[in-house]
Structures are given as structure tokens and as C-alpha cells.
Design a protein around this ligand. Structure first.
Ligand SMILES: [Zn+2]
Length: 90
């Protein structure tokens, strides 16, 4: 089962979409987002990471360097799916 987590509003630094919910797609289903977790903006597909206060920022070089390659593929796949979803809405 996919869990959705309610959270304080966070703002995408690329498209300024404000979201208050995230969905876990990798790792322990019951674990809420934590700082340095990686997420994908549902509006513009930017790959982002949670900050200490659970807002989001662009991926830092440090985080990027530490993402396992298979997870990087998953993130890019997710970003592509989001772009396809919005393209099909038009
Ligand atoms: Zn965005």
C-alpha cells in the first residue's frame, strides 16, 4: 500500500508549486519524509531534496554524489512519468 504523508506546505523552487503532501515510493512505507530525502515535484518534475525544516530545495551536489545509481534511474523515470502525465492533460 502506498502511504501519503501530510506535511507543512513546501514550495518547489523551480515552479513555485505549493504542496502539503508527499508519497513514499522507495524505502520503508511507514517512514515520513526526513531531511535529505529526495522527492520529485508533481507539477514540474524537478528533482528536489527535503531541507532540515522539510521545505524543499534543488538537489545539492553532496546529495547527488551519494544517490545510488539505481535510485537515480528511478528518479529520472518518475520525472519522465510526471511530464508525460501533464502532457496528456493538454
Ligand atoms: Zn515544481
Amino acid at each position: 500500500m502506498i502511504n501519503h504523508f501530510r506535511q507543512a506546505p513546501a514550495v518547489c523552487p523551480r515552479c513555485h508549486y505549493q504542496f502539503d503532501c508527499s508519497t513514499k515510493i522507495m524505502g520503508d512505507d511507514d517512514e515520513a519524509p526526513k531531511p535529505k530525502d529526495i522527492t520529485v515535484c508533481f507539477k514540474c518534475a524537478a528533482i528536489l531534496e527535503f531541507t532540515e525544516d522539510l521545505n524543499v530545495q534543488f538537489l545539492t551536489q553532496e546529495t547527488m554524489d551519494n544517490v545510488p545509481v539505481n535510485q537515480l534511474y528511478e528518479l529520472l523515470f518518475m520525472a519522465r512519468k510526471i511530464k508525460q502525465f501533464w502532457a496528456e492533460q493538454n
